[in-house]
Design a protein around this ligand. Sequence first.
Ligand SMILES: C[S@@+](CC[C@H](N)C(=O)[O-])C[C@H]1O[C@@H](n2cnc3c(N)ncnc32)[C@H](O)[C@@H]1O
Length: 331
Amino acid sequence: MTGDEPTPDRILQLANGYWSTGILGVAASHALFTHLEAGVDTAEGLAGRAGISQRGAEALLDGLVALGLVETRGGRYRNTAQASAFLVEGRPTSLTDFARLKLEHADGLKALPDVVRAGAPVNATVEVADNPHWEKVVTAIAAQSVPVATAAAGLLRLAQAGPISILDIGGGPGVYSALWLALNPQARSTQLDWAPINAIARRRVAERGVADRFSCVDGDLHTTDFGSAVHDIVIYSNIAHQEGPQENMALFARIRGALKPGGTLVVSDFIVDDDRGGPPFALLFASEMLLKSKHGSTWRRADFQAWLTKAGFEDIAFHPTPSPATLVLAR
Ligand SMILES: C[S@@+](CC[C@H](N)C(=O)[O-])C[C@H]1O[C@@H](n2cnc3c(N)ncnc32)[C@H](O)[C@@H]1O
């Protein structure tokens, strides 16, 4: 034995990967991280506070320790720094809704063998108008857009940009509008999305006290007019991956027309390397789009570069963010 021989450990871990989704999703459902943060630090105490069995609490805590989300010493438990930052409810960066949603989505994986064979889902999710799917998704993913929207605001010097007009295409929970309008008191923003989603965004933007400069257009982003030379910034965040190459090219051309001269398109997406050798998150997300959309995938830098150039953008820059998303700023 040289120590270099392959072992089955990692494959066993991968095959059991659903344990992670399950333990994290169930712990989030029972608010265990929130109770731990409040100082409840024993299995018995957590069971009582969460209204679950002690045996269940013990098993969840074992799993959470194994996953590196909870630490234990002398029979007492506490959140790791990561769990404390991202799994306590009520914080803008909390991923608890997302963890719960992913557990619900796990069932959908049963369709993957057929979808892989056919090359598209039998019942597409993202193409359906007013699909209730989005209402859960947009609330659950809001926290993930916060660091990206914050990074983009810095790159664009948004706070100093003056009286600008912003269009957010498929704006979902309205994270960009809420953050950016709070940063720049002269900016105005319009979100285009389905009506039930715009209602969610309006509520969230109002919570930030900036609803007076926020408006919504209800409709399909493929057919709704974006206007001509009216916006300083257009946002296209987490939309490119649900669309095919033809749709992205057509949308980029329409966005170019909607921007004022010198205006900026902000794209956020999980972008893969040109040789499709990484990064891992973006590569894995291609299966999510196979499962949920007719033509979507995660696209390469070269794809964005080519589509944006064809649409008339000349200055195209890629920026990493403190998340799996890459920002593309195109002028
Ligand atoms: C993945 S979410 C992204 C939300 C937001 N841009 C973000 O990054 O936080 C996709 C959003 O696009 C909207 N959407 C998808 N297809 C659409 C269509 N054809 N017309 C209008 N909105 C659409 C969904 O309702 C959802 O709010």
